[in-house]
Design a protein around this ligand. Structure first.
Ligand SMILES: [Fe+2]
Ligand SMILES: [Fe+2]
Length: 283
């Protein structure tokens, strides 16, 4: 079992810019899409975990499910805060949030719990290789952005890696049919793509004057080829029957981030422009 920590970090995003990283608007907007996506997806995870808990017979797996749900619910609330600050400035963005939530509510209504746990387990298992790439390249991607938003994502990616085993562990305990899960993986990814496309469409309506490429591109060129290859390989391997997320090496930044959290530093502004490296208690 994983020893998950439940961390409540008092993020605030009042007045935050839509393009919160002027050095890389396309990356800033890509991460905004993730915030709107995350509210819907993590609400969906929490629903699935709540419905799965009565079916879990091993108390250690039950504890994992509860801690996993707590972390995801806190993530969802933090992204809601980010989204709320953006919609306060640009009310039309509410439609993007509504569509993300609606698409996940619809998915929940249309399928059974086995499907939902397979979706969650399948998707969560690709997060370690994907987010590791972001953490390893945090200087290139986040250093010139608003520290509040940069810190939100770095925290979230660290905790996604911390609970990398939870989704699969719960699916395997309750259902455990490998081929059922893996044969639907492409469909899960298509659904993710549909949600991101809906969010992007609403973004475009609110910001018609911003360059098209800010909504369609992603800072792929900033990432080293070897890192991208390792990430792609990791995503492929994560769908193999023998895959155990626990065996994936943790990025060094995870240890740095959790050490700083444990020392009581202000994790709401831990990286990026105007980051505050001094411990909050000493401020
Ligand atoms: Fe999360
Ligand atoms: Fe997660």
């Amino acid at each position: 079992m994983t020893d998950l920590k439940i961390r409540r970090i008092p993020f605030d995003f009042d007045g935050v810019d839509f393009v919160w990283n002027a050095d890389d608007p396309a990356f800033a907007i890509t991460m905004n899409k993730v915030s709107f996506f995350a509210v819907g997806f993590e609400k969906y995870i929490c629903q699935a975990m709540r419905d799965a808990e009565p079916l879990i017979t091993d108390p250690r797996v039950l504890q994992e499910a509860r801690d996993f749900r707590s972390q995801e619910s806190i993530h969802s609330m933090a992204h809601r805060k980010h989204v709320k600050a953006l919609t306060a400035r640009y009310p039309g963005l509410q439609a993007a949030l509504d569509r993300s939530i609606e698409l996940y509510d619809k998915l929940y209504a249309e399928h059974d719990l086995k499907y939902h746990l397979a979706y969650v387990g399948g998707l969560e298992s690709i997060f370690t290789p994907s987010f590791r790439l972001m953490l390893d390249n945090r200087e290139a991607l986040f250093a010139k952005g608003d520290a509040r938003v940069a810190s939100l994502f770095l925290w979230h990616f660290c905790e996604e890696i911390e609970h990398r085993s939870s989704g699969l562990m719960i699916y395997d305990h309750v259902y455990g049919h490998y081929f059922y899960r893996v044969s639907r993986f492409k469909g899960f990814m298509k659904h993710v793509g549909d949600v991101i496309a809906a969010v992007t469409e609403e973004f475009r309506k609110v910001f018609p004057a911003l360059p098209e490429e800010w909504f369609t591109q992603y800072s792929n060129h900033k990432l080293p080829t070897i890192g991208k290859l390792r990430s792609m390989m990791g995503i492929t391997m994560s769908q193999m029957p023998w895959h155990n997320p626990d065996h994936q090496a943790l990025p060094e930044y995870f240890h740095e981030w959790s050490g700083r959290y444990d020392r009581g530093e202000d994790m709401t502004r831990t990286f990026g422009v105007h980051a505050q490296p001094a411990p909050a208690a000493a401020a």
